[in-house]
Ligand binder design. Structure first.
Ligand code: FAD
Length: 473
């Protein structure tokens, strides 16, 4: 008997519960990918994600071929496509790993129902979280809105599964519909704006494992201190690999846990905590699906967001605000598809507070440009910074980007890397070049002489809008 294994954001063979279930059930397997961006609703991937996925699917196909199988790619609505492929190869079952974004959950529920109505066995599994969104509950039985108790509950219940390795040969049926050449899915960008990505990233399961090993060998040793320093390679850079499921989060957690004794607990604990933030984001999105587009804190529905004009928004997107740490972050994002977490917070704060632009506008740009764009993490991150979300930074706590830069990029190396035109300036000026406009004009004539929004004025205006909202509420 034959089973389809439907690959989605679980682009790996090891620790893949759907593949494992098919093999344990004695099925011959047909690995399938269905290109259905319209069916993904608000989880429709952005351009940088597509560029990553193109390479990750190719890597998965290579790995499958090494094991005597291949990835069969199709384009179309998921349910009828899967049913047609199942009929064509005589499959009696379809297995996949669950996703938790609202539109995808709804789509997958429909797929499961329709396949079962056609007499197929349709089963889904947890392949991407330590704790699925419904497993951890508050004492009253409801969902968590605050991270720390969620984290404590996660630590008490933590029992990751032992790693599982896929067999060297996969049993496959004699015939299966060939499907489309992966290039026909047109995921890779036509104009090569992703050229800068691939010196930094290797999409696919092997690349994910390499990133984990590099992390265990280096950044993890000082993670609790280094994680806030964009001028160092102080974090794992596993986020796109985790988003696309090229490595199981349980494997990452176990590998890090196994370093106790070799690496100080503070670093191990700090890293595991971040993995739990990822679960927390999925938990929030599952229980509060409206937060994709609406504030979790409904008081902010009456907040006086500014209507962004095209030019100012474009200045933020392209890294031309005149605030170096913000511009460096936005250029890192454009060039590599990734941005350091501390800098994500700084650029988001500048947009939502100094520029008073709605967090959704920033979240949309991140969704297009990040290779790790993830609906749950992105929405939680933006709502956290904007002060509208769960357990969020209060709106009135406004990051001063210069103080942040001085603290987390103390030698100005990060700014110099992404804004080389400012490198000739001494460090204090590199973070606030408007303090000496003549010198700035001399070394970097094309860099803005003044910040797009003056830091003190932007802060005062934001606080005023916040006070008005509170008085009106
Ligand atoms: P590490 O520090 O090595 O952390 C390990 C893993 O833990 C990460 O790969 C990630 O999966 C998870 N993680 C770490 N921090 C967070 C966090 N704050 N929230 C949720 N999970 C976390 N992360 C995304 O994966 N996709 C996004 O679209 C995304 N958008 C964000 C938007 C904003 C405004 C902010 C402030 C944060 C956002 N984050 C997002 C969270 C975080 O910035 C990235 O996960 C992190 O920078 C990835 O780098 P890393 O893999 O080196 O992280």
């Amino acid at each position: 008997t034959v089973a389809l294994v439907w690959f989605r954001n679980d682009l790996r063979l090891d620790d893949n519960p759907a593949l494992r279930a098919a093999l344990d059930g004695g099925f011959e397997v047909v690995p399938v990918y269905v290109h259905d961006p319209d069916g993904e609703g608000l989880s429709r991937p952005g351009a940088a994600s597509d560029a990553w996925r193109a390479r990750s699917l190719a890597a998965l196909d290579d790995e499958l071929r090494r094991r005597g199988a291949a990835l069969h790619a199709f384009a179309g609505h998921a349910a009828p496509t899967l049913a047609a492929v199942a009929a064509a190869c005589g499959a009696s079952a379809v297995f996949w790993n669950r996703r938790y974004e609202p539109d995808i959950e709804a789509r997958d529920a429909r797929v499961k129902r329709e396949l079962r109505e056609q007499g197929l066995q349709a089963e889904s599994f947890n392949g991407s979280l330590l704790f699925e969104p419904w497993t951890l509950r508050t004492g009253k039985g409801g969902p968590y809105k605050v991270f720390t108790p969620f984290y404590r509950a996660a630590l008490t219940r933590w029992a990751p599964e032992a790693p599982w390795e896929a067999p060297e040969r996969l049993p496959v049926p004699e015939e299966a519909p060939h499907g489309l050449d992966l290039a026909h899915l047109r995921l890779a960008p036509k104009r090569g704006w992703d050229g800068g990505f691939w010196s930094m990233w290797t999409p696919g399961e092997a690349g994910a494992l390499e990133a984990l090993e590099a992390h265990l060998d280096s950044a993890l040793h000082d993670y609790a201190n280094g994680r806030d320093r964009p001028d160092r390679a102080g974090t794992s850079r596993l986020s796109p690999h985790l988003h696309f499921g090229e490595i199981a989060v349980s494997r990452v957690a176990l590998a890090v846990e196994a370093q106790r004794g070799r690496i100080a607990d503070t670093h191990i604990d700090a890293f595991l905590r971040q993995l739990v933030w990822r679960d927390f984001a999925a938990h929030l999105l599952h229980h509060f699906p409206h937060t994709v587009h609406s504030n979790l804190d409904a008081r902010f529905d009456g907040f006086d967001w500014a209507s962004p004009n095209r030019t100012t928004l474009e200045s933020w997107r392209r890294g031309r605000t005149g605030v170096p740490i913000v511009d460096a972050g936005m250029r890192e994002l454009w060039c590599t598809g990734w941005m350091h977490n501390r800098v994500r917070m700084i650029v988001a704060s500048y947009l939502c507070k100094h520029m008073r632009v709605h967090w959704r506008v920033g979240a949309d740009w991140f969704a297009q440009t990040l290779v790790d764009a993830d609906l749950a993490n992105n929405v939680m991150g933006w709502q956290w910074v904007a002060g509208t979300g769960a357990d969020a930074a209060p709106y009135f706590r406004i990051f001063n980007p210069v103080t942040q830069a001085e603290r987390f990029d103390p030698h100005g190396d990060y700014v110099a890397q992404w804004l080389p035109e400012l490198a000739p300036l001494p460090v204090p000026l590199r973070h606030a070049p408007w303090r000496d406009p003549q010198r700035l004009a001399a070394v970097a004539p094309s860099y803005p002489l003044q910040p797009l929004v003056d830091l003190a004025r932007g802060r005062d205006d934001a606080l005023l809008a916040y006070r008005r909202m509170r008085n009106d509420a």
